[in-house]
Design a binder for this molecule. Structure first.
Ligand code: SAH
Length: 218
């Protein structure tokens, strides 16, 4: 696992591109500058494209999110050190690494067993601290609730009730909501009271679908 000067140079260009596209949170950009995204490309056929602002296949029919999307979602979260966060859709583990770099206390769930194992191993090897779980994100992780922040990185048909319940009052959830075939609306829910949320929408994105139950096919 190497991170060369060439990779760092490509990363710098990518960060500049994200800035031009409107990402303003310097803490998030700094974290992304530090993380070797190419090491999260399980499918080595695409390795040379790791620093393009695109989503790419990581096996099991899934993708590593586009850097702009990672930067945008993470900025919306307004992450603070030591905050407890629940992430749904570990995938490659790249977004998880960004959250770890920002000093968050992470609980992350992936429904594809093969991906769960790969990202858990990789994050551990790279020294990023996160509790990785294999399971269905619709149920959240009640045992560790409430969370200051919840981040969903797959397209949800609706906001799952369990996730609403597991968010702390005063906390924020960032979740792409919409139908499976089209686009999702990037949505934030601020929990202002036990059953009261302030909701706002921040543009359209395309994610792989948030599917129910765990995958037993691999
Ligand atoms: N954050 C990831 C994005 C991966 S794509 C990254 O940066 O690489 C979204 C992931 O959500 C996929 O790996 C998919 O398997 C997972 N997913 C879909 N439905 C899920 C569910 N119900 N619970 C947990 N993970 C789910």
């Amino acid at each position: 696992m190497t991170d060369t000067l060439k990779h760092k140079g490509m990363r710098k260009k990518l960060i500049e591109e994200l800035r031009l596209k409107g990402i303003e949170n310097e803490t998030v950009l700094e974290a992304m500058m530090d993380i070797p995204r190419h090491l999260f490309f399980f499918d080595t056929a695409f390795l040379h494209m790791a620093y393009e602002d695109k989503a790419f296949p990581i096996g099991s029919g899934q993708t590593i999110s586009q850097p702009y999307t990672v930067a945008f979602q993470t900025s919306l979260l307004n992450p603070k050190k030591r905050e407890k966060i629940l992430e749904i859709g570990t995938g490659s583990g790249y977004q998880t690494a960004v959250l770890a770099k920002l000093g968050m206390k992470i609980f992350t769930i992936e429904r594809q067993h093969a991906l769960h194992l790969k990202s858990q191993t990789l994050l551990e090897e790279m020294g990023y601290k996160a509790r990785c779980f294999y399971g269905d994100g619709y149920a959240g992780k009640a045992a560790f609730a409430p969370f200051d922040k919840i981040l969903v990185t797959c397209g949800a048909p609706h906001v799952p009730d369990d996730l609403k319940r597991q968010l702390k009052v005063g906390g924020r959830m960032v979740i792409p909501v919409g139908d499976f075939n089209g686009v999702q609306h990037m949505t934030t829910l601020d929990k202002v009271d036990e059953n009261e949320f302030e909701i706002s929408v921040h543009g359209d994105f395309q994610f792989v679908p948030m599917l129910e139950r765990t995958d037993t096919g691999d």
